[in-house]
Design a binder for this molecule. Structure first.
Ligand code: NAD
Length: 263
């Protein structure tokens, strides 16, 4: 059994992870951390009490539960410290929280290496989203004019989404930076054309009702191609999170991207 603790356990994703870990035969839920401490995790996921009470003390949970893996779905502002704390205690770390900078990732990689352990980061744990990104990178070879529209629930803290940034990064590997749109175009209101990554424009929609969605739109002569992925429920991310909890045991240093552990 792989002993797992969940950080951000009371959040939208954290609750789904508690449930997925509880239901998997090879994973054992041994701890839960959240600022909203005090509840038994069984009550949170609607089963019998499981004897694991949510704590607001990550260091204490690591010391008492001795986990093999920490899963983090918290907030951009706290995930870095959580990850470094876990890794410095030799706890393998699966990170779903988005918003980490490249410098943060480099530092996490260094802490993992130094402590002979591993961290795994995926901006999106849904297999359909991984396929969308791969297909978008392939399509950009032939249709280099591209814009990304990502749509999320209105409680999301970071924009653009980690998935949109990762999609742009993958497209950058298959097409050169280029000017898109008219060279003399003018934004009458700042931000009207969205964020600009090497000429690719990223537009972030935040509305109640959405979970996590993205369209990658390619334009060519007399045609457009749209590749769209919709996570309509947070269960879409759970098979990926469960696989990551198992695969991270045999990883070294930092590995990023669900596709790296699926192939
Ligand atoms: P949420 O706000 O519902 O949950 C965050 C939880 O973290 C809250 O319960 C909060 O109390 C807790 N928290 C805050 N500070 C903490 C701390 N210092 N220690 C422990 N817990 C703390 O957010 P959410 O919708 O569950 O999303 C969480 C993160 O996951 C976001 O960054 C989001 O973008 C990301 N996300 C990633 C994927 C993916 O596939 N990688 C999918 C969906 C969401």
């Amino acid at each position: 059994m792989i002993k797992v603790i969940v950080c951000g356990a009371c959040g939208r994703m954290g609750q789904a992870v508690l449930n997925a870990v509880h239901e998997d035969r090879e994973l054992e839920l041994v701890g839960a951390v959240d600022m909203k401490a005090g509840q038994d995790v069984g009550e949170i996921i609607g089963v019998e009490k499981l004897g694991v009470v949510v704590s607001d003390d990550l260091a204490g949970v690591i010391a008492s539960a001795k986990p093999d893996v920490m899963v983090d779905f918290t907030r951009p502002a706290v995930v870095f410290n959580n990850a470094c704390l876990a890794l410095s205690h030799g706890v393998r770390t699966v990170i779903g929280t988005t918003g980490l900078s490249d410098e943060d990732k480099k530092a996490i990689s260094d802490v993992a290496e130094k402590n002979h352990t591993a961290a795994f980061i995926a901006s999106n744990f849904a297999i359909g989203a991984v396929l969308m990104m791969k297909m978008a990178a392939e399509a950009a070879k032939y249709m280099p004019h591209v814009e990304i529209i990502e749509l999320h629930h209105d409680q999301k803290l970071d924009a653009p989404s980690g998935t949109a940034l990762e999609t742009a990064r993958m497209i950058k590997e298959t097409r050169a930076a280029m000017q898109q749109g008219h060279p003399d175009e003018v934004e009458k209101i700042a931000g009207a054309r969205g964020a600009d990554v090497d000429g690719m424009h990223i537009h972030s929609v935040r509305l109640p009702g959405y979970v996590a969605h993205q369209e990658v739109i390619f334009g060519g002569l007399g045609q457009t191609l749209t590749i769209r992925h919709d996570s309509i429920d947070r269960t879409s991310f759970m098979p990926g999170v469960v696989i990551a909890c198992k695969k991270v045991i045999d990883l070294h240093g930092l590995v990023c991207g669900l596709e790296k552990i699926l192939d």
